[in-house]
Structure formats: structure tokens, C-alpha cells
Design a protein around this ligand. Structure first.
Ligand SMILES: C[S@@+](CC[C@H](N)C(=O)[O-])C[C@H]1O[C@@H](n2cnc3c(N)ncnc32)[C@H](O)[C@@H]1O
Length: 273
């Protein structure tokens, strides 16, 4: 295990974190203003193209109780929402909603900007009374579906193309309908609230099925786009988003009333990627 400090602007740090997640086994992340502390196995990947400065820090003395999880932190998504693994205590005095998600093999510990952007948009557009049914496409750990359950959705459905993610989400979510595959595994069903945190190309591929799963007056939340990918996405979707939130270089968008809408050219999305 090695420990590195990265300093730079928000987009440089977000790109560095993404690269580290892709290329290394990241064991812990502590985010502070303008810097990231990363715990990972092996060397940092080459970050020369990014405007970040890096320095290796010394490790605290190893002891029989060092597990590698010590530097996991509770992530304050907003004033009323925290995501944390079970072995991290609640922030002192916090009285809001806590999503307790183990950091396993599936994406979705809450540390990634796209997860946080999705949660911010879900929070801002969460209907009252809560939706009867919610679909989470690309559920990963199940973190967004868990949010829906905790906010009172009567029934939660989720899907992911990865077997590990389906297993993680089933373990996390009691009484949810979690299926292996894309949104087509819920063919014929319509949901008043659909959320999907996918990258731009996955969103491009899934968009027709996402709209087909959405009830006519339903709410669609998508996250995972970079700001440079927004124009191409907007050109494809026949309505302006009701809401847009950015976190750590990733954008979340919320749409209302898109169910059954006609889409623009599929080539448009991803051209900015
Ligand atoms: C960025 S992660 C999001 C995980 C979690 N929902 C979160 O917000 O942290 C994207 C997940 O979508 C899955 N995925 C990619 N394409 C998919 C598709 N077409 N249908 C369903 N799942 C997909 C991946 O396996 C991955 O687990």
C-alpha cells in the first residue's frame, strides 16, 4: 500500500481520480479542497497530461490492526446526505440521511463525482409523495437504488450488465427487483422515476430504452457526462433539462416529462467524448 497527495484544480483531480480507479486498485480516497489523498497498491499511473502535482506521503507505522480501510471517509454529498462504508462512523452531529454502502467490487461507494451528481439531482427532483416505482439502470453497488428506498419509493427495480454489481446490489437492497442486463430486461414496464449513471457512450446506447421505461410524466435523472459532452447530449434529447448539477467534473441532469419522446440522431452523443 502507498499513499499519495495530489494537488490541482477540480477537473484535473477528477480526471486523475478516474484514471487511478481505472488503472490501479484504489483502497482509499480522502477529498479536500484542491487536493486528494489516495491510498493504492503500487505506483501512481502517469498523470503528466493532467494539471496535477503529486507527492508520495509516508505511511503511518504498520501495525497488526492496519487494514487498508482506515482512510475511507464519510462523504458529505450535501448538508443532508452522507454516503459511507459500514466501518466509518457517522460525521459528528450529522442528522440527515445516511447511505451505508460497503466498498466492494462494484462501482458506487459514493466517492465518484458522477454518483454524487446523480444523488444531488435525485434529491432536488425527488417527488412528494415518493414515486411508486423507481428504476436504477447501471446500479453498481446499488447506492442510487438505496437512496430511492430510503426516500420512500414503494418499489425499487435495478439492473446492471456486471454479475458482481448485481450480487452487490442484491446484498445491499432488501426487497428490490435486481436483474442482470440493460434496461431492456424490464421491457414492457414503465416507471415514474428512472435514474442512470453511465458514461457518455453507455448513455447513448441506453437512451432509447431509458425513455421507453419512463412513464409519460416521469422523471429521468442521468449522470456520468463530462461538461464537454453536454452539448452533444442536449442535441439528442428533445427537451431542456429541468436541472443540472456538477460534482468533481461530472454532470447530473434531471428531465421531467420525457417519457416516449422522439430522440435525435444517435451519432450526436459521444462526439465530445
Ligand atoms: C458509473 S457506474 C454507476 C454505479 C452506481 N449506480 C453509482 O451511481 O455509483 C455504471 C454501472 O453501469 C453498468 N452498466 C454499463 N452499461 C450498462 C447498461 N447498458 N445497462 C445496465 N448497466 C450498465 C456498469 O457495469 C456499472 O456498474
Amino acid at each position: 500500500m502507498r499513499r499519495f497527495l495530489l494537488r490541482g484544480d477540480e477537473s484535473g483531480l477528477a480526471a486523475a481520480l478516474e484514471l487511478c480507479h481505472c488503472l490501479r486498485d484504489v483502497q482509499g480516497v480522502v477529498e479536500r479542497d484542491g487536493e486528494l489523498e489516495l491510498w493504492l497498491e503500487g505506483e501512481l499511473p502517469a498523470l503528466d497530461e493532467l494539471s496535477v502535482r503529486t507527492v508520495e506521503l509516508t505511511l503511518p507505522p504498520a501495525g497488526p490492526t492496519l487494514t487498508g480501510f482506515e482512510h475511507d471517509a464519510a462523504i458529505l454529498v450535501d448538508d443532508g446526505l452522507v454516503v459511507r462504508p459500514p466501518w466509518v462512523a457517522s460525521p459528528a452531529g450529522f442528522t440527515g440521511l445516511e447511505l451505508v454502502v460497503p466498498r466492494g467490487m462494484a462501482f458506487g461507494s459514493g466517492e465518484h463525482g458522477s454518483t454524487q451528481a446523480a444523488l444531488l439531482v435525485m434529491t432536488a427532483l425527488w417527488p412528494s409523495p415518493p414515486p411508486a416505482r423507481v428504476l436504477d439502470v447501471g446500479t453498481g453497488s446499488g447506492v442510487l437504488a438505496l437512496y430511492a428506498q430510503r426516500r420512500g419509493a414503494a418499489a425499487v427495480a435495478a439492473c446492471d450488465v456486471e454479475v458482481e454489481a448485481v450480487a452487490a446490489a442484491r446484498a445491499l437492497l432488501c426487497s428490490a427487483d435486481v436483474r442482470l442486463g440493460g434496461p431492456a430486461v424490464f421491457a414492457g414496464e414503465r416507471f415514474p422515476f428512472v435514474v442512470a449513471n453511465l458514461d457518455a457512450r453507455q448513455l447513448h446506447a441506453a437512451l432509447p430504452e431509458l425513455l421507453a421505461r419512463l412513464a409519460p410524466a416521469g422523471t429521468l435523472v442521468v449522470a456520468g457526462l463530462r461538461p464537454t459532452e453536454l452539448d452533444a447530449f442536449a442535441a439528442r434529447v428533445p427537451a431542456a433539462p429541468r436541472l443540472c448539477r456538477e460534482r468533481l467534473g461530472y454532470v447530473g441532469l434531471g428531465y421531467v416529462g420525457l417519457g416516449g419522446a422522439e430522440l435525435g440522431s444517435p451519432e450526436a452523443l459521444g462526439s465530445g467524448a
